[in-house]
Ligand binder design. Structure first.
Ligand code: OAD
Length: 255
């Protein structure tokens, strides 16, 4: 992990400082500095220790609700004890500097909202919500901690975590709002994502084809090589505060 901030290209700071619409897509890397494990990092990623098909699919939940539920309870405990880091805080600050800023996150940890971001599209749902597995539509509050999978008040079936599992579609409102933000933005930031899971991974190319400057912030190379015009190789908790401060100063000098 690099702790130094790479040079910030002047053209990027200028584009961000002059932009009316900016979108950002974040992934697990943004929460890594809060102690929340990523998915695909070789040593520390969740998918190095667990098999997605045994824990993050509807079929897995159907065959063993208790195991899947307890894995999500473990992740809820971990995230509840974590705090937003400098990267989350910088993105919340950027929202206050840009007239129309949309934050699309693949993260289900809620740390962007806890950092103060307001316009957040939770593309893959949220760990702390639940819904009926059978889809009866009933909303049931679940007090925590909740060690056993709870029952739905409406139909008596299982309640499941309110996240998107492998093989499931992104809820239409989140998908449409994210695509609109990508199509309309002048600058698109892709931060801390390996860009391997679609449709989220396709948003950067959508933005690029629509004319946005696509900027990647990630200490490691990803599949966004074709879409990103600017790559800032560094940790989001280091790069984002420096970038947002440069934008704040540049915006101030424009007024
Ligand atoms: P991944 O685990 O695939 O990728 C994490 C990325 O974060 C990698 O590219 C790392 O290089 C980068 N990274 C690590 N530390 C960082 C730091 N301090 N600052 C910036 N970047 C850092 O996570 P996602 O791309 O978010 O889906 O994964 C996408 C989806 O796959 C997740 O939402 C989840 C998972 O399966 C579902 O659960 C549906």
């Amino acid at each position: 992990m690099t702790h130094a901030c790479p040079p910030l290209p002047g053209v990027l700071v200028d584009r961000l400082a002059g932009a009316r619409r900016v979108a950002a897509l974040t992934g697990a890397g943004v929460s890594a500095e809060s102690g929340v494990p990523t998915f695909r990092d070789a040593q520390s990623g969740l998918w190095a220790r667990y098999r997605p098909e045994e824990l993050a699919t509807a079929a897995a939940f159907e065959s063993d609700p208790a195991t899947v539920w307890s894995w999500y309870e473990w992740r809820r405990d971990l995230v509840a004890a974590a705090r937003p880091n400098a990267g989350h805080l910088a993105l919340a600050r950027l929202e206050s500097l840009v007239p129309e800023f949309t934050l699309i996150t693949q993260n289900v940890d809620g740390l962007h909202a806890r950092a103060g971001s307001r316009r957040v599209i939770e593309f893959h749902g949220n760990l702390f919500t639940n819904r009926c597995f059978a889809g009866c539509g009933e909303v049931t509050d679940v007090p925590r901690p909740c060690p056993e999978p709870p029952r739905c008040r409406g139909c008596g079936g299982w309640l499941r975590p309110g996240v998107v599992w492998f093989g499931e579609p992104i809820p239409q409102p989140a998908l449409l709002a994210a695509q609109a933000a990508a199509l309309e933005c002048e600058v698109f930031l892709a931060v801390g994502t390996s860009a391997q899971v679609y449709p989220a991974a396709g948003l950067a190319s959508l933005a690029q084809r629509a004319g946005a400057l696509v900027v990647e912030i990630n200490p490691a190379p990803t599949g966004l090589d074709g879409a990103a015009a600017v790559t800032l190789p560094g940790a989001s908790g280091v790069v984002l505060p420096a970038l947002v401060e440069a934008v704040r100063v540049a915006r101030g000098t424009r007024q």
